[in-house]
Design a protein around this ligand. Structure first.
Ligand code: OOG
Ligand code: NI
Length: 489
C-alpha cells in the first residue's frame, strides 16, 4: 500500500503555529507583543508602498505575520543529535556555527531552518539551538553532578522518537502521523514547573552560571522565547512601554538605516516564574508561598528563563559586507561598550550611527560594491541586449531587476547580547574564546551548512533563471537581426 505524505513544509507551518499558541498561553506578554508587531507592520506597509511591493516580489509579504524564530538550550550531544533528526522531519537543517563562549556564555549553537526559497516562503520558522559546554565550568564536582543529571533525563516522548524513526524509514509522515508528530514534538518544548534538582543543587548550578541552571535543572529544553518579525523595530521598541513591556536599553545589531541590513533585535526581560524543587531526602518540604502549595515532596522557588524578543530583518551581506559590518561593530564597541544596566545606551547608539556612516546605505551602492546578496528577475523589458553581459550591466540596461535577499540567520554578538539581557545584569563572565566547530558537528552528527554558500547559490540561481527566461522571451522588432526580418520575397 502506498503512503501519502504530508509535505515537511506543511508540518513545519503547523508546528510553528502550535508552538506560538502554546507560548501565548504560557507567556501572556508574548501575545501582547505579537499584537503590537502586527499593528506596527500594518502601519509600515500602509505607509510605504515600495516596501510592500518589494516584499510581495520576494515572497515575504505572505509569510511575515506568521514569521517566528525560537530558541532552546540543550544539555547533551545525544539531545542535539536527536533534535537534528526531529527538525529534519519538518524540513529544517542546521545552518551556521555560533560560538558564544567569547561573550561569556558557555554554549555553542546553530540555527535549524528551511533553506530553499520556496520552503522559506511557505513558513520560515527557525530555532536557534544551543548546546551547553560543561567543559567550560571550572568546578569539576559540579560538572560531574550536572552531567549525571543530564544523562538521566529524557526530553523526547517515546511516540515522538518512534515517529522520527518512521519518517526516516518511510521518507515522510502520513497525515495522521504528521498530526501526532506535531503534538508529541511540542511536548519537548513545553515549560515544566517541576525541577529535576533540589533547591541546593539549583543554587550551586546557578552560581556556576545562570545558564547552567536553566539547562540542567529542568526536565526539558523549554522554548525560552519566540520572536515575531517586525518591519519597524524602532517603532515597536518605542511603543513597548505603552503596552506594559520594558525592552532592553539597546537594539542589537546595526543602527537604524534607510536600507536595513542583516538583523536588528531587541528583547524584554525574562519573567521570574515559580518553580518547584525536589525536596532533599529526609527533609520536609517547605510551606506555602503566594503561588500555593508545592507539589508533594517538593519545595517552592523561582527561576528566570523565558522572555520576549522582536527582530527586523534586512539585506544578507556577502563575506565582504559581513567583514565591514564586523569591523564597524568592533570599532563602535571599542569606543563605547554598552553597559548591562543601559546607563550609556544613548552614547552607544550615537557612536554606532556615527561609525556606521561608513557603510553604504542605498541598494545600488550595496550591490555595485559587492556588499550584499541580490535576487535577479527579468523586468519583462526584453531589450536588444547581449545576455552574457555582467548582471550589473543588465540591471543598468533595465533588463533585470535586483531585489535584496533577506538575511535568514543570526549574529553572534547580538545573540550574546540577547543571552546576557535575559540572564540578568550581573551575569557577564568571561571564558577563553574557544570555538570548537568540529566538536559541535561531531555531537550534532552532521556538518552545519555554510550560510554564505546558501546566499551565494540563491543569488547565482536567480541570475541563471533570469538569463534563461530572457533568452526565451520573444525579441521585439528592434532587437531582431535585420537579415531575418527582411525576407527575400
Ligand atoms: C538564544 C539567544 C540568541 C537570538 O535571537 O540571537 C537568540 C538563547 O537565549 O537561548 O535567540
Ligand atoms: Ni532570539
Amino acid at each position: 500500500m502506498t503512503r501519502t505524505h504530508t509535505p515537511p513544509d506543511e508540518i513545519r507551518a503547523r508546528f510553528a503555529r502550535a508552538m506560538s499558541a502554546m507560548y501565548r498561553a504560557e507567556v501572556p506578554a508574548y501575545g501582547t507583543l505579537v499584537t503590537l508587531v502586527e499593528t506596527v507592520n500594518a502601519q509600515a506597509l500602509a505607509g510605504d508602498a515600495a516596501l510592500a511591493a518589494r516584499l510581495a516580489t520576494t515572497g515575504e509579504l505572505a509569510r511575515i505575520t506568521e514569521e517566528r524564530h525560537g530558541a532552546i538550550r540543550l544539555g547533551t550531544a545525544a539531545e542535539l543529535a536527536t533534535m537534528r533528526r526531529l527538525f529534519a522531519v519538518m524540513g529544517m537543517v542546521p545552518v551556521g556555527y555560533y560560538d558564544l563562549s567569547v561573550a561569556g556564555v558557555p554554549v555553542h549553537s546553530t540555527a535549524f531552518r528551511p533553506v530553499d526559497p520556496a520552503a522559506l516562503a511557505h513558513n520560515p520558522f527557525r530555532v536557534f539551538t544551543s548546546l551547553l559546554r560543561l567543559e567550560l565550568i571550572a568546578d569539576v564536582a559540579l560538572r560531574e553532578a550536572a552531567a549525571d543529571i543530564l544523562a538521566q533525563r529524557r526530553i523526547f516522548t517515546p511516540d515522538c522518537l518512534a515517529l522520527i524513526a518512521r519518517a526516516e524509514a518511510e521518507g515522510g509522515l502520513t497525515a495522521a502521523e504528521a498530526r501526532q508528530f506535531v503534538t508529541e514534538a511540542l511536548e519537548t518544548f513545553r515549560w515544566h514547573e517541576e525541577a529535576n534538582v533540589t533547591a541546593g543543587l539549583y543554587h550551586r548550578l546557578h552560581e556556576a552560571h545562570r545558564l547552567v541552571a536553566d539547562v540542567v535543572a529542568f526536565r526539558g529544553p523549554h522554548i525560552n522565547h519566540l520572536t515575531p518579525r517586525t518591519l519597524d523595530i524602532d517603532a515597536v521598541q518605542a511603543r513597548m512601554p505603552d503596552e506594559g513591556i520594558t525592552p532592553k536599553a539597546v537594539i542589537e545589531g546595526p543602527p537604524a538605516r534607510r536600507v536595513p541590513i542583516l538583523l536588528r533585535q531587541t528583547s524584554f526581560k525574562a519573567l521570574e516564574e515559580p518553580v518547584a524543587f525536589l525536596a532533599p531526602e529526609g527533609v520536609a518540604p517547605e510551606g506555602t508561598t503566594p503561588e500555593g502549595q508545592a507539589p508533594e515532596g517538593m519545595s517552592r522557588g523561582r527561576h528566570t528563563a523565558r522572555f520576549g524578543e522582536i527582530e527586523q530583518r534586512g539585506l544578507a551581506l556577502t563575506s565582504k559586507g559581513q567583514a565591514l559590518y564586523d569591523r564597524l561593530l568592533a570599532e563602535t564597541r571599542a569606543r563605547v561598550t554598552p553597559k548591562a544596566d543601559g546607563s550609556n545606551a544613548a552614547q552607544y547608539l550615537a557612536t554606532l550611527s556615527e561609525v556606521f556612516a561608513a557603510f553604504p546605505d542605498d541598494l545600488d551602492s550595496l550591490r555595485l560594491q559587492g556588499l550584499g546578496y541580490f535576487r535577479y528577475t527579468p523586468t519583462g523589458l526584453a531589450a536588444q541586449t547581449d545576455l552574457t553581459r555582467p548582471a550589473a550591466e543588465l540591471v543598468a540596461a533595465g533588463v533585470l531587476r535586483a531585489d535584496p535577499i533577506t538575511y535568514e540567520d543570526f549574529l553572534p554578538v547580538s545573540a550574546a547580547g540577547i543571552f546576557q539581557s535575559n540572564l540578568g545584569d550581573s551575569a557577564a563572565q568571561t571564558f577563553e574564546a574557544n570555538p570548537n566547530r568540529a566538536r559541535f558537528e561531531a555531537d550534532l552528527g552532521a556538518p552545519v551548512i555554510d550560510l554564505h554558500q546558501l546566499y551565494a547559490e540563491a543569488e547565482a540561481a536567480s541570475l541563471a533563471r533570469a538569463r534563461a527566461a530572457l533568452a526565451q522571451s520573444p525579441h521585439p522588432p528592434a532587437a531582431r537581426p535585420p537579415a531575418r526580418d527582411a525576407g527575400p520575397d
